[in-house]
Ligand binder design. Structure first.
Ligand code: URA
Length: 446
């Protein structure tokens, strides 16, 4: 490979020029060897943030971050391996529901998940609220568990896309996270390293998502699908609304509890329908259904016949968790304090500031304000009302759980502020708005 002057590469991006594939490869490889200091990488990231990257640049960036670490080879595990990735939201627990469903339908799901980020929750923190559950399997065990159960649920190790790990930490402190090509490269380098054959994406937009508008989400979805397809992974992305939390439970154990309810056939309509849609799409991509509709039907059957909840129980036991709380979630220890938030007036819930609701959950102890913070698995919120629901003055709109009494007054106010009640009824926003594939964007009308 040619060698380049790093300052010249930064200058090129600063001056809005596209970098050659070789130049990006050189930059990332030298960074991995500690031959590029963090201050130069930060300058490059800011130039890329401000001036963007074209499809080819983003694809080379992804490839270099992917190959900076181990790329799993799951070709010995029979079946088409399919995963799902969500760009994150509040109350988004679909992974906990769909992973056992899809595995129960015979499609292997090798799932490497992340932790909560800002106001959004993370699958790993939710899994760890199950006493004993071990998300830190080494890569040999990852393959062994997947082979045995068609399912494995783990966290990113240092071996997976280490260049992304370092660059993400830099982006976090240099105000360069919110760049669509950088986000796309970062997400896809980790997903491609899992050893998957196909992928379903849930790209969220709205007040509780990182992408605030449908247009931004469409751009991100297009980039993600483009990169995945270039790497030979069949990918279907859904654009979904985060204008209100998904389901009713927010907070780590509370979300596991709601997911267990869903797998036992008692879940809220929005959460169930999105979970079945994503699961059905995974089942279709995994070759176990002729169409997405048939996949959705198979997903519903796996809940009805109990095979999905049995799969969750099996994987919890395999990964050292206690299955007692899967069988009897009511026995889970409760938070020291709970309190109710009441409606200040009569009317209908017309809007939910989902970012603020996520921040309220974080205040209660359900998330982290710094990387070192401990998560309280018991903390969180159960929403009693969602957009479109009628409310009476003084009626309970939310119940909060915490072990940190100091925050109760503040959270009470935050939630009253975040949940708008109005005289005029408003319909809940459409949950799925668009589907993005390599063929293009289709409006979701049903
Ligand atoms: N999640 C990631 O993994 N990377 C990003 O850049 C943003 C969200």
């Amino acid at each position: 490979m040619n060698s380049y002057n790093i300052t010249s590469l930064i200058k090129k991006k600063r001056d809005k020029q596209a970098l050659e594939a070789d130049e990006i490869a050189y930059l990332i490889r030298q960074y991995r060897r500690d031959a590029v200091p963090d201050y130069q990488m930060s300058a490059f990231l800011m130039a890329a943030y401000l001036n963007g990257m074209n499809d080819e640049e983003a694809s080379v960036l992804t490839r270099e971050m992917l190959h900076s670490g181990k790329v799993m080879d799951l070709s010995d595990v029979p079946g088409i391996k399919v995963d799902k990735h969500s760009t994150g939201g509040v109350g988004d627990k679909t992974s906990l529901i769909l992973a056992p469903i899809v595995a129960a339908c015979g499609v292997p799901v090798p799932m490497i998940s992340g932790r909560g980020l800002g106001h959004t929750g993370g699958t790993l923190d939710k899994l760890e609220s199950i006493p004993g559950f071990n998300v830190n399997l080494d890569l040999d065990r990852y393959v062994e568990v997947l082979r045995k159960h068609n399912l494995v649920l783990v966290g990113q190790t240092d071996e997976i896309a280490p260049a992304d790990k370092r660059m993400y930490a830099l982006r976090d402190v240099t105000a360069t996270v919110e760049s669509i090509p950088l986000i796309a490269g970062s997400i896809m380098s980790k997903k491609l390293a899992e050893g998957i054959d196909a992928l379903v994406l849930d790209v969220k937009f709205g007040s509780g998502a990182f992408m605030k508008t449908r247009e931004e989400a469409l751009e991100l979805a297009g980039r993600l699908v483009g990169i995945a397809e270039e790497f030979g992974k069949k990918t279907i992305a859904y654009l979904t609304s985060m204008e209100q939390p998904l389901g009713c439970h927010i907070g780590n154990w509370l979300e596991v509890e709601e997911s267990i309810g869903c797998l036992n056939g008692n879940g809220p309509e929005d959460l169930m329908s999105l979970s079945h849609q994503l699961a059905g799409t995974m089942i279709y991509l995994g070759g176990k259904a002729e169409s997405i509709e048939e996949g959705v039907e198979r997903s519903r059957q796996a809940v009805q016949d109990g095979s999905a909840i049995r799969k969750l129980r099996d994987i919890v036991l395999e990964q050292d968790g206690s299955a007692d709380y899967i069988d009897r979630p009511d026995d889970y220890p409760k938070a020291a304090t709970s309190f109710q938030v009441h409606a200040g007036s009569e009317g209908y819930v017309t809007a939910m500031d989902t970012y603020r609701i996520g921040m309220a959950a974080l205040e209660l102890g359900a998330g982290r304000t710094s990387k070192e913070d401990e998560i309280d698995p018991h903390a969180g919120i159960i929403l009693k009302k969602k957009i479109g629901d009628p409310v009476k003055e003084g009626e309970t709109i939310a119940v909060c759980f915490t072990n940190n009494e100091v925050t109760t007054d503040k959270v009470h106010l935050m939630l009253q502020d975040a949940i708008t009640i109005n005289d005029v009824w408003k319909q809940a926003p459409e949950l799925i708005t668009d589907v993005v594939t390599r063929e293009g964007v289709t409006n979701w009308t049903r």
